[in-house]
Design a protein around this ligand. Structure first.
Ligand code: ATP
Length: 368
């Protein structure tokens, strides 16, 4: 059985589709019923904490490990179920991992040409096309040790893309790079991948990287995809507290439902669909708290958007460059709430201030 390649322009099928993949190690489902599809030119990030099963998922798609259940399709053709298995080299899948190893004894051009089929002229044309795309045409004759880490990474990208794979699998490909280089390399990598029309599945545990790179994020936890969607939606409409907390610090305010409402020191919140007595948590990111001044203990006037203000005492304030972090010990229960403020805001420890929650930015979840 061979992976049937369809025309590059076909949009009928996703380039990559996995259905109900499962992998069990020592009786534990480390990948548990995972399904996703990646369209041509689309970047999907498989995002999740260490050990959640991201790499195992990628290894099954690459064909270096085999699933216990489920199917993998490339360009609409089945490449692996639990009976049939196309070998890795027959799947039209390119790979790029953190420890991408270029062949040290081969020139940049020979590294990119490695694994290419066709006449010498065809190979040369493809090598030059890709090296131009990654802005390294001038380094054609150099050897890997003569290049910086970032340049080597771009050669590795060119090499992986040279055979025109339908699908590109990337496992933490930027984690070995200098922090300051990363953003530029991420952006230029994205540009090349989009231009090639490859479907990309990129594994990362860094939310910032996923937000920057992904058209779609598949958020994974304990072997399962818990939420999938555009970065904006995943960030702004998390399915639960853990999903919210994966992207930023969060503040949590507890309460109990009575008559579809939960009463807190910040006023009442709507909780439709929860029975009376259900313990719930109101979750809000630090940038969505509003701070107001004490005005001799009177605080601000409540507004419909911001609800009731609650007083806190500044415990600690730090300037982080783009924003300031201020921690408050709240009068109502002694808990700590954190607010971030753009630019510089460094109130002294012990200063009384008032906090309000931006209502439309609060998430209400059943307590876990
Ligand atoms: N061959 C194996 N035998 C037994 N357990 C394994 C094997 N491979 C992976 N695991 C376990 O499966 C779980 C998922 O591992 P995996 O490497 O897929 O996670 P990950 O999300 O990629 O983590 P990281 O970001 O740290 O690489 C881990 O608990 C790991 O220990």
């Amino acid at each position: 059985m061979n992976a049937q390649k369809t025309a590059q322009t076909s949009t009928v099928h996703p380039r990559l589709e996995i259905r109900n993949l499962r992998r069990t190690f020592q009786g534990r489902n480390v990948v548990d019923d995972v399904s996703l599809a990646v369209m041509p030119g689309q970047v999907t990030c498989l995002l999740g904490p260490s050990g959640c099963g991201k790499s195992t998922t990628l290894r099954m798609i690459a064909g270096v490990d085999m699933q216990d259940a489920g199917e993998i399709y490339v360009d609409g053709a089945l490449v692996c179920d639990t009976v049939h298995r196309v070998p890795p080299e027959g799947r039209s899948i390119g790979l790029m991992f953190q420890d991408f190893a270029l062949f040290p004894h081969l020139s940049v051009a020979a590294n990119v040409a490695f694994g290419l089929k066709g006449s010498k002229a065809e190979k040369q044309a493809r090598v030059e096309e890709l090296l131009e795309k990654v802005d390294l045409l001038g380094a054609l004759k150099k050897f890997p040790h003569e290049l910086s880490g970032g340049e080597q990474q771009r050669v590795a990208l060119a090499r992986a893309l040279a055979p025109r794979p339908s699908v590109m699998l990337m496992d933490e490909p930027f984690s070995g790079l200098d922090e300051r280089l990363k953003d530029d390399i991420r952006d230029s990598t994205l540009e090349v991948l989009k231009a090639e029309g490859t479907a990309v599945l990129l594994v990362t545990h860094e939310p910032d990287e996923a937000m920057r790179m992904a058209d779609e994020i598949a958020l994974m936890r304990d072997g399962k995809i818990v939420q999938q969607g555009a970065p904006y939606n995943i960030y702004n409409a998390p399915v639960d507290k853990k999903s919210a907390a994966f992207f930023s610090d969060i503040n949590v305010i507890g309460g109990e439902v009575q008559g579809a409402l939960v009463s807190t020191a910040f006023g009442e919140f709507l909780c439709p669909g929860h029975a009376d007595g259900t313990p719930v948590e109101i979750v809000i990111r630090p940038q969505h708290l509003r701070i107001d001044f004490d005005r001799a203990g009177r605080g601000p006037n409540p507004t419909p958007q911001d609800g009731t203000p609650a007083r806190g005492i500044v415990e600690r304030a730090r300037f982080m460059g783009r924003e300031s972090l201020v921690d408050f010990r709240m009068d109502f229960d002694g808990s700590i709430l954190r607010a971030t403020v753009p630019s510089v805001f460094l109130p002294k420890q012990g200063t009384p201030l008032w906090l309000m929650l931006r209502r439309e930015r609060c998430f209400v979840f059943p307590q876990t």
